[in-house]
Design a protein around this ligand. Sequence first.
Ligand code: ATP
Ligand code: MG
Length: 378
Amino acid sequence: MSVIGIDFGNESCYVAAARSGGIETLANDYSLRATPSAVAFDGKKRIIGVAAKNQQVTNMKNTVGGFKRLLGRKFNDPHVQHELTSIPARVEARPDGSIGFKVNYLEEDQHFSPEQLTAMLFTKLKETSAAAMQTQVNDCVIACPIFFTNAERRALLDAAQIAGLNVLRLLNETTATALAYGFYKNDLFEEKPKNVIFIDFGHSALQVSACSFTKSKLKMLASTWDQIGGRDFDLAMAEYFSKEFQERYKINAKTNARATLRLLTEIEKLKKQMSANSTKLPLNIECFWEDIDVSSSMQRSQMEELCAPVLQRVEQTFKRLLAESKLQLDDIHSVEIVGGSSRIPSVKQLIEQVFNKPASTTLNQDEAVSRGAALQCA
Ligand code: ATP
Ligand code: MG
């Protein structure tokens, strides 16, 4: 029997396990390492992960995601209300004030809580891990954001319990990243402490921490965070394109959930291309609105202008970490980046500006958190 480490991301999950002396990230039933944090319902079927994401456009009402950030909260919590502005599913207050995602399942309208949806996702992760390792899986270590409250952590534990997982430990995502780094760099540490900054910039959050490593131990010096992530870049770009389509084609994309979803999907692809390319890139969507095809373009510098407020918050979070850690620039050994949004070039520039060190990619940017979680119990 094996222990798995789970990185439950707002956009996607990764699972890793200790095997034959090393740590391995496990592939799911689509031979992919990333499992989208999405659950869908179709008649009598429950569809989870890659398959759920793949059918989202044609089954919007019954496909749900974004529930990580709703765990352990009440419907009228301002944080929840803010999250709901970017969740296309039908979400309602339940009589006890809790959150219910409304879907049609088994031919009737049903409500599922964020805990139940997370449990469905965990059940899938448990099954695909067991299949990948050809052994039963019961024990796990789950990583969660450093800013998760006790209520959020408890809800996560409830979800794991519903999924039949025994949680050996909940680990902060920042700690998991540092552990993953320490495991591989162990031989380099001496008696004199080495200070490393870790930056995890994901889909919904930015978490930054400063750690000091010596031969025998890891010490967290400081951590800062902000509730910003890749989705904020997508939304700023969507605002721009929606305005343009309104003027050029007289289409108000915002009034149609499917058009909004298709636009955001294309924008995310465009944003990823921009990380590797600074020239003008096209955005084309066929039959965007009835039979109207839309086309436009954007280049990286334009995206940076549109996302200036987000980038400003990134910079402030970096500066806060530097101040709180009390480290001098010369004390910093390296700045290690993880999380999908840390691939954005202007984020790497801000790292150089604030920490006076280039962003280092020692860790696997997508898998580090799950690998650190798996290491915790290896
Ligand atoms: P969170 O940590 O906030 O719960 P997550 O762990 O699911 O979310 P990640 O998988 O680390 O998030 O990152 C996903 C985000 O990274 C998405 O917003 C995605 O668009 C963005 N992203 C991935 N690759 C790139 C890239 N090459 N350039 C820019 N952004 C990228
Ligand atoms: Mg993450």
